[in-house]
Design a protein around this ligand. Structure first.
Ligand SMILES: Nc1nc2c(ncn2[C@@H]2O[C@H](COP(=O)(O)OP(=O)(O)O)[C@@H](O)[C@H]2O)c(=O)[nH]1
Ligand SMILES: [Mg+2]
Length: 389
C-alpha cells in the first residue's frame, strides 16, 4: 500500500502543473542525511528557470520522509513524499510509481544522494523540447561528462562492463544512448506507458529504453559526483538482479525466448556429461548412469529457465509442480526421439543423420511449446488477478 503525505504549502502534489513544468522524481532509501541538501540545490537552480515540483518515492526505514517534510517548508515549489510500505521492484519499482503519479509533460528522475546535479534539470527538459525527444539521458560517457563519483576501480569496471553488455544485447534499442546505466534522465510522459514496465532493481532507464522505446533520444553530458552522505545501496545482489533483468528484457519475445531455451538446453550437456563421468567412475553401469546423469541436465536446465526465462510466470504453480512437469517433458523428449527417428528413416526414407537432426529440432520445438503451455502458461481463471499483484 502506498500513502501520500500531505504536500508542503497546501499544494496538491499531483495536481496538473503549469505548462512547461517538470516533476522531479527522486527515489529514496534511507537518505535522511542527503534530502535537505538536495532540496536546497533544487531550490537554487531549478524554479527560476523552470516551474517544478518534487516527488520523493520512498522505501526508507529511517526518518527520510520526516526530514523531507521538514525541509519542504523552505521550498518555493510543491514537495510530496510517496512512502511505500512494500518496496515492490526496488529502486526501479519506485521510479515507475513516480512516473505513474506525475501529471506534468516532463518528468526528471534523479538520485537522492546529490550525485546528480539538479542544475541540469532545466537543460535536460530544454534539450528534449529542442530535439523533440521523448527521452533525454544525462550521460557520463559523452564529451564533457565524467564518472568522478564512481568510487573505486571495481565500481568503474562493473559499470563499464554492465554498459557494454547491455549495449551488446540491445544494439538497436540502445542506439544513441551512451549511458544506459544512468539514473539521471528526463522523459516525456506521453513517451512512456508505465503499464508495460516491469522494473527489477536499479536499471530503470534500461527498462524504459528497451520496453517503452521512445522515438527520439537525446543526451546531455554530466559529471557524476561523489555521494554527499551515507552509503551506496548498490550491492552484489543488485548485480545478479541486473543480469536477471537483462535476461528478462532480452527474452521478452517468443522467438528470443526459444533461442534462450535452446542455449540453456545446450548448456545442460555440461552437467549431464560431468554427471555421467562421475557416476561411471564410481562404478555404475553406463545405462542407469545415462538416465541419472540426464536428470542432472534436466535440473540444471530447470533452474536456469526458472531464473532467466520464466521468472514472472511462476506464480500460478508450485515449484514442485513445475519441476515435475518440466522433468516429464524433458524425459518424454528422449523417449519420443528414437521412434521419431525410426519413423523418418523407415517410413520417409531419410538417412539416419538428417533424420536425427530433424528429430532433434522437432522434439526441441515440441519441448519448448510444451514447456510454455504446460508449465508456465497461466491457468485461465484467476491468473489475471494474481499477475496484477
Ligand atoms: N525508493 C527506493 N530508492 C532506492 C532503493 N535503492 C536505492 N534507492 C535510491 O536510489 C538512488 C541511487 O542509489 P545508490 O545507492 O546511491 O546507488 P549508486 O549511486 O549506484 O551507488 C538513491 O537515491 C537511493 O536512495 C530502493 O529500493 N527504493
Ligand atoms: Mg548514489
Amino acid at each position: 500500500m502506498s500513502e501520500y503525505t500531505a504536500p508542503a504549502q497546501g499544494l496538491d502534489a499531483v495536481e496538473v502543473p503549469e505548462p512547461g513544468a517538470v516533476t522531479i522524481v527522486v527515489p529514496t532509501f534511507n537518505e535522511s542525511a542527503n534530502v535537505r541538501r538536495l532540496l536546497h540545490q533544487i531550490t537554487e537552480s531549478v524554479p527560476a528557470r523552470l516551474p517544478c515540483e518534487v516527488l520523493f518515492v520512498d522505501d526508507s526505514t529511517d526518518d527520510t520522509p520526516e526530514v523531507v517534510r521538514e525541509a519542504a517548508r523552505d521550498c518555493p515549489f510543491p514537495v510530496a513524499v510517496l512512502h511505500r510500505e512494500e518496496p515492490v521492484g526496488g529502486l526501479g519499482g519506485a521510479v515507475v510509481e513516480g512516473l505513474r503519479a506525475a501529471t506534468s509533460e516532463w518528468i526528471v528522475v534523479m538520485d537522492g544522494d546529490c550525485q546528480h546535479p539538479p542544475s541540469l534539470v532545466p537543460e535536460l527538459v530544454a534539450t528534449g523540447e529542442r530535439a523533440n525527444a521523448g527521452l533525454v539521458v544525462a550521460s557520463r560517457y559523452v564529451e564533457g561528462g565524467s564518472r568522478a563519483g564512481l568510487a573505486g576501480g571495481y565500481r568503474v569496471a562493473v559499470s563499464r562492463g554492465a554498459t557494454w553488455l547491455a549495449k551488446a544485447l540491445f544494439p538497436r534499442r540502445l542506439h544513441g544512448i551512451s549511458d544506459p546505466m544512468s539514473g539521471f534522465f528526463a522523459v516525456r510522459r506521453s513517451a512512456v506507458t508505465a503499464d508495460v514496465l516491469k522494473p527489477l532493481g536499479y536499471k530503470i532507464l534500461l527498462e524504459l529504453a528497451v520496453r517503452s522505446r521512445p522515438r527520439q533520444v537525446a543526451e546531455v553530458p554530466f559529471v557524476f559526483r561523489d555521494r554527499f552522505a551515507g552509503e551506496s545501496k548498490s550491492t552484489a545482489r543488485e548485480g545478479f538482479r541486473f543480469l536477471r533483468h537483462l535476461a528478462g528484457l532480452r527474452t521478452a519475445s517468443p522467438v528470443a525466448r526459444m533461442v534462450g531455451f535452446g542455449l540453456i538446453g545446450a548448456s545442460g550437456f555440461v552437467p549431464n556429461l560431468v554427471g555421467l563421468w562421475a557416476l561411471t567412475v564410481l562404478g555404475m553401469h553406463y545405462l542407469p548412469a545415462e538416465i541419472l546423469a540426464n536428470q542432472f541436465g534436466v535440473a540444471w536446465n530447470f533452474l536456469l529457465i526458472e531464473q532467466l526465462l520464466f521468472r514472472d510466470r511462476r506464480a500460478h504453480r508450485r515449484w514442485w509442480d513445475r519441476l515435475g512437469r518440466f522433468a516429464l517433458l524433458a524425459n518424454a523428449d528422449l523417449l519420443l526421439r528414437i521412434p521419431l527417428i525410426a519413423l523418418l528413416v523407415g517410413r520417409f526414407g531419410m538417412g539416419a543423420l538428417p533424420a536425427t537432426a530433424l528429430a532433434l529440432v522437432m522434439t526441441f520445438v515440441l519441448r519448448f511449446v510444451g514447456t510454455e503451455a504446460l508449465v508456465y502458461l497461466p491457468r485461465r481463471r484467476g491468473s489475471r488477478a494474481r499477475r496484477a499483484v
